[in-house]
Design a binder for this molecule. Structure first.
Ligand SMILES: Nc1ncnc2c1ncn2[C@@H]1O[C@H](COP(=O)(O)OP(=O)(O)O)[C@@H](O)[C@H]1O
Ligand SMILES: [Mg+2]
Length: 310
């Protein structure tokens, strides 16, 4: 395997006092390869956004490391920092909140170039803005309009265009389609896939349910209460989920086939009560095929029996 673009190693981010910390991210490790999409899934409050924000250096890790392009993101020089923010960008659930309502689309899209002193020539900058608009399915007529003149889906396209302005290697997409109409969601996801094909960028695609990440993810990571419970190739995780929480999440995904949809039953998740010695024994364990599950030795003995061996 080639060198990972991103390595998250034993990342912890705690909030609040040290007496009563909120363990938003609690010893999470994963990698993302260049050009790959990792889906990060879990219910609201499990720590997905905090993971993304810590990776992009908005929060300082409580412990652990984030290595991007071979460099520790908390130890960058000013010059490296500039480059870092060109190579890693974030897009958000609510594009409206992240777009300045008083700026035209052209101003929004060229703001970064101004800050970084790029494309100083007006013509050049305009051409760049038009190119960005076209790459997200908008056109140059949109450049002089304001965010409120667009639909939700179009605003998210503007947010994506802005994230693309420096041709990043990684975009952290924090629930980018959760606020959009179902009919628009697939359009935006497909567009993101197209952009990825053209530019070879990687995504950390955050979502609260598994149905949204299915079509875009190469691999999927499942998070629960700050812990990463299961990670594997997308198809493998769908077909052979091992952790009871993943099974429960999967049982919530509507089936396209009406017959299977009729049969579908929600599996409730009852969190395991672990003893103190169990707690020490808990770790991500290797099932093969790059599929890992967080469990005790005992659970692993039982659960790995269900997992097909190749
Ligand atoms: N800035 C913050 N200060 C204090 N607690 C926070 C902060 N951000 C998130 N949290 C807490 O951390 C946990 C994880 O939140 P978050 O990462 O937003 O989850 P998700 O994105 O999966 O919904 C929650 O309990 C949340 O209340
Ligand atoms: Mg969130």
């Amino acid at each position: 395997m080639s060198k990972p673009l991103l390595e998250v190693k034993h990342l912890k981010k705690y909030f609040g006092s040290s007496n009563h910390p909120v363990r938003a991210v609690d010893d999470v490790s994963f990698t993302i390869q260049p050009g790959e999409t990792l889906g990060l899934v879990g219910e609201s409050g499990c720590g997905k956004s905090t993971t993304g924000r810590t990776i992009i250096n908005l929060y300082e890790p409580t412990d652990g490391e984030v290595i991007f392009d071979g460099k520790d993101v908390t130890k960058l020089s000013n010059k490296e920092m500039k480059q870092f923010y060109q190579n890693m960008q974030m897009i958000f659930q609510d594009p409206y909140a992240s777009l300045n309502p008083r700026m035209t689309v052209k101003e929004i899209l060229s703001e970064g170039y101004e800050i970084h002193g790029l494309y100083k020539n007006k013509k050049e900058r305009e051409a760049k803005v038009h190119e960005l608009l076209e790459s997200v399915g908008l056109n140059k007529e949109h450049a002089s309009r304001y965010p409120h003149e667009f639909s939700g889906g179009q605003r998210q396209r503007i947010g994506i265009a802005r994230a693309l302005s420096f041709d990043p290697k990684l975009i952290i997409a924090d629930e980018p389609i959760s606020a959009l109409d179902v009919s628009i969601q697939a359009q935006v996801v497909n567009m993101m896939k197209e952009i990825q094909k053209e530019r070879g960028l990687a995504y950390l695609f955050i979502a609260h349910d598994l149905s949204m990440v299915k079509y875009i993810s190469d691999r999927i990571a499942v998070m629960y209460k700050g812990k990463l419970l299961e990670i594997g190739e997308a198809d493998d995780l769908y077909q052979n989920p091992v952790h009871p929480y993943t099974k429960s999440l999967l049982s919530a995904v509507p089936q396209p086939d009406p017959e299977s949809e009729k049969e579908r039953q929600r599996i409730p998740y009852t969190p395991t009560e672990y003893s103190e010695s169990d707690e020490e024994d808990l770790m991500l364990r290797d099932l093969g095929n790059g599929h890992f599950v967080y469990c005790t030795t005992k659970e692993f003995e039982a659960w790995s029996k269900e997992y097909p061996t190749v």
